[in-house]
Design a protein around this ligand. Structure first.
Ligand code: SF4
Ligand code: SF4
Length: 102
C-alpha cells in the first residue's frame, strides 16, 4: 500500500459508540466525511450490531477528509479548516458539534 501524508483536522472525540469506527469515544477511521448539504452529520457513520467488533486500529486517530456543509464558517472549498472537531449524537444522529453557521 502506498502511504500519503495529508494535514487534516483531528476528530478529537466522538460519542457515537454504535458506529463501526468508534472505540472508547474515539474515531478510528482513517478519515471521515461530514455533511449532507446543510446537515453536519457524519456521513462515514455506520451502525454495527456487536460493539466488540469495533475498529481494530485504535492507535490511529481520524481526520476530517471532506465536508459538504458549505455554510459552516470553518468550511473552505468543501474542506474543514478547524483545528479539530468533536462528533456527538444529536437527535440520535452523529453530528459535527464544531459546526458554526457563517
Ligand atoms: S466520527 Fe463518524 S465514523 Fe467516526 S466514530 Fe464517529 S460516527 Fe463513526
Ligand atoms: S466544523 Fe464545519 S467545516 Fe468542519 S467538519 Fe464540522 S461542519 Fe464541516
Amino acid at each position: 500500500m502506498k502511504h500519503i501524508q495529508i494535514i487534516m483536522p483531528e476528530v478529537k472525540e466522538c460519542s457515537a459508540q454504535s458506529c463501526g469506527f468508534n472505540k472508547n469515544s474515539g474515531c478510528h477511521a482513517r478519515a471521515i466525511t461530514i455533511g449532507d448539504n446543510e446537515v453536519p452529520g457524519c456521513d462515514t457513520f455506520f451502525a454495527v450490531p456487536d460493539p466488540s467488533s469495533h475498529a481494530k486500529s485504535t492507535g490511529r486517530t481520524s481526520g476530517v477528509g471532506a465536508c459538504k456543509v458549505a455554510d459552516c464558517k470553518f468550511n473552505d472549498d468543501y474542506e474543514c479548516m478547524a483545528d479539530e472537531v468533536v462528533v456527538a449524537y444529536n437527535n440520535s444522529k452523529a453530528n459535527c458539534q464544531t459546526y458554526a453557521h457563517r
